[in-house]
Design a protein around this ligand. Sequence first.
Ligand SMILES: CCCCCCCCCCCCC/C=C/[C@@H](O)[C@H](COP(=O)(O)O)NC(=O)CCCCC
Ligand SMILES: Nc1ncnc2c1ncn2[C@@H]1O[C@H](COP(=O)(O)OP(=O)(O)O)[C@@H](O)[C@H]1O
Ligand SMILES: [Ca+2]
Length: 572
Amino acid sequence: MEKQPRLLASQLLLKNSLFEVSLNRVLLTWKEVATKKKRVSGGMHHPFKVGFCFPKFLRRDKGESGTSHGVSVSEILAVRELDVDSGTKDDGRWQKMPQKSTEAYPYAFTVSYVERAWQHRWRCSDVTFHCLEGALCQQWVQTIREQLTALTSRPKHLLVYINPYGGKQQGERIYEQKVAPLFTLASISTHVIVTEHANHARDHLRTEAELKKYDGVVCVGGDGMFSEMVHGLVSRTQRDNGVDQNSPEEKLVPCTLRIGIIPAGSTDCICYATVGINDPVTSALHIIVGDAQAMDVCSVHHNNTFLRYSVSLLGYGFYGDVLADSERKRWMGPARYDFSGFKTFLTHHYYEGTVSFLPATDILGTPRDKTRCRAGCFICQHNGQLYSEDAPEICETDPDVPDSEYKGGWRVIRGKFLAINAASMSCACPRSPKGLSPAAHLADGTTDLILVRKCSRFNFLRHLLRHTSKYDQFDMTFVEVHRVRRFRFTPRYCQSDSELDLRENGKKLFSQICRDHPACSCSPAYSSWNCDGEILPHAAIEVGVHCQLIKLFARGIEEQPVFEDLPNPCAV
Ligand SMILES: CCCCCCCCCCCCC/C=C/[C@@H](O)[C@H](COP(=O)(O)O)NC(=O)CCCCC
Ligand SMILES: Nc1ncnc2c1ncn2[C@@H]1O[C@H](COP(=O)(O)OP(=O)(O)O)[C@@H](O)[C@H]1O
Ligand SMILES: [Ca+2]
């Protein structure tokens, strides 16, 4: 790392020990002064040599000369002066001042910063430095504040929507107790709206919200609430730019405002797969430090009419049936998915239809890779560039020509499927920490199309269980996975353009099939599509991926540090 010029360096007191504290544009470091050499310096600037740079995740080292700490300036949340005389912090919280500092070091300031905890959790930590002179203390506070102000990617004004009914109905409490105090600490102003009905946030964003006033929008809720934000923002952006969402081939305009998610839902898959954990404090801290993570968005059309956007799972068959059943059991909270999941597994329905897809051939990465999409993902950068430079691949298709005759690289697969899933990202969530498609990428412009063909109940159970273990869920004869740019699905019993209303005619067709095939296992003709937790009204759909259409306040999952592999900077 390039050596940065030092902005400040002083000997300051921390918990009754003397530390050499140094600030440059990148790092704030503090290192205990060796016991023998310990002396009170009178608060003058003492140049000292910081002969090493802290590796990214290594914040603390015990060297010969005492404990060393480092925090990246980009992860400092706030700095504030302490009112030592009154013994209070300027945020009103009482604090017992250490005896030695009140006597010899009567001025103090506190730096709040991000500390990494277990399993990708972030926490807000405080460190308080005591100074001999008020002027020095103020100089430190002012210099750190100037550094923070220079971080232009940090949001200052946020529009927050809380779904009070998501997940375990704890959205408001989570926001007030865990998130709002952190936003206040970081001097972020907020306009908070507690939603009063479904689609309140979507419609407000799409038509009313004065978006120019904000640096980002935040939702407190689950994947359904996030989906509302996506629909509101994407639709608004297309309308403002005169783009017709009804055309499946249209290149959509990316949204500029970033979206933050404070997890308070049932699956929290978007949060989990972009941050690594569904933890409200962690998400709030990612928002405060101004992280940015691009994400792909799928548009879903039926007969040249826009239906919905999807960012995580589009699932027909198993996941569609689980969702349809679970919607009637919302009162159960997140447990409804376990109940409906078990019930749907027992019904073991399969569905016939044709899947046609345009494989993503010119890109890096495959769904069977061992590498994972992580913070700063090279594959997302590479493929993202490829797709943003090129015009989207448009394959002229004629609805009157059978799928099997399509040209332009489309592939056609007909069959009986227990599940057809399109995962635009891993879909990692607490139920399946590796997700539906573990090697899928957040921002590579593709979706992983997973086809699970009709198989025995036992084999399907094996496939499902592999989502929760180290074994490969795709390494089974009845499962195939393709990385695609676009795909279509047509159910076998599709009635052309005047397609069935699924709820009405689906029932009729179900009984018809069973009469025609007395020995069949009574699979209905149609399932429904689960589109990020919403049921789609049509089974025949066309899907296209829009590379990096939105941005989140996240950075992707960070690699966990392997401390043994890192050099000890203090070792001789
Ligand atoms: C017998 C063991 C079975 C284990 C299977 C585990 C596989 C779980 C993969 C889940 C992928 C979830 C993808 C995300 C979907 C969400 O958009 C959607 C709505 O979420 P929310 O708004 O928070 O309610 N959630 C679901 O569709 C739930 C699927 C759960 C299926 C068991
Ligand atoms: N005030 C409200 N009342 C009822 N439903 C709401 C409200 N606000 C949002 N919703 C809807 O609740 C659904 C579920 O929300 P979500 O936050 O995703 O929770 P969960 O993860 O439990 O499904 C979303 O589809 C959203 O449109
Ligand atoms: Ca993707």
